[in-house]
Write a protein that binds this ligand. Structure first.
Ligand code: MG
Length: 165
C-alpha cells in the first residue's frame, strides 16, 4: 500500500491542532487585498498543491517530528533546551521554513515575514499554545506560516500570468 504523503501530512497537522482550512485562511488574509474575488476554496486548493511538493513534505515531516521529540524530552542536552523553550537565537525552525519558501520565489519570503510578525488567525493560536507550554510549537508556527505564504505566492504568480495574457 502506498501512503499518499500529502494526505499523511494533512492528518499529522490536524493531530497537532492545525487544519488545511486554517492555513488557507492565512493565505486568504495575504492575497485578498490584491484579489478581492479570491475565495477560501481557491486558497485551499493552492495550499494542497504546495503540500504535494517533495521539499515541502520533507520540511513538514522533519519539523513536526522535532516538536514531538521535544515534547517527549528526547532531543538531549542543549538541543532539547533550545527547541523546548523556542530559544530565539536557535533559528533552525525558520531555516527549515525557508526550504518551503524557496520553491515559490521571493514573494513567499516577504509574505512569510509579514504574517510571522502579525500572527493572524491560526498563527496566533499556535503562538499561544507554545508560550503556555501546553505543547511544543517551535517548528509548527514557521511551517504553517511558510505553507500559507508559499500558497499566496503561487496564487500571485498565477493571477499575474492571467493579467499578462
Ligand atoms: Mg518557530
Amino acid at each position: 500500500m502506498t501512503v499518499k504523503l500529502d494526505q499523511l501530512i494533512a492528518q499529522k497537522m490536524e493531530e497537532r491542532g492545525v487544519t488545511l482550512e486554517e492555513i488557507a485562511g492565512l493565505t486568504h488574509f495575504l492575497q485578498s487585498p490584491y484579489f478581492p474575488d479570491l475565495t477560501i476554496e481557491t486558497c485551499l486548493e493552492n495550499v494542497k498543491s504546495v503540500l504535494k511538493k517533495r521539499e515541502v513534505q520533507n520540511a513538514v515531516l522533519t519539523g513536526i517530528r522535532l516538536d514531538e521529540l521535544a515534547e517527549e524530552k528526547m532531543l538531549g542536552d542543549v538541543l532539547q533546551e533550545m527547541v523546548e523553550s523556542d530559544y530565539s537565537l536557535y533559528g533552525i525552525d525558520e531555516i527549515l521554513a525557508f526550504s518551503i519558501l524557496n520553491v515559490y520565489g521571493s514573494i513567499g519570503f516577504t509574505n512569510y515575514g509579514y504574517i510571522d510578525k502579525l500572527k493572524p488567525g491560526i498563527l496566533g493560536a499556535i503562538d499561544k499554545k507554545g508560550k503556555t507550554g501546553e505543547s511544543c510549537q517551535t517548528f509548527m508556527d514557521d511551517l504553517v506560516g511558510a505553507i500559507a505564504a508559499a500558497a499566496a505566492s503561487r496564487i500571485a504568480h498565477r493571477k499575474g500570468d492571467e493579467l499578462l495574457e
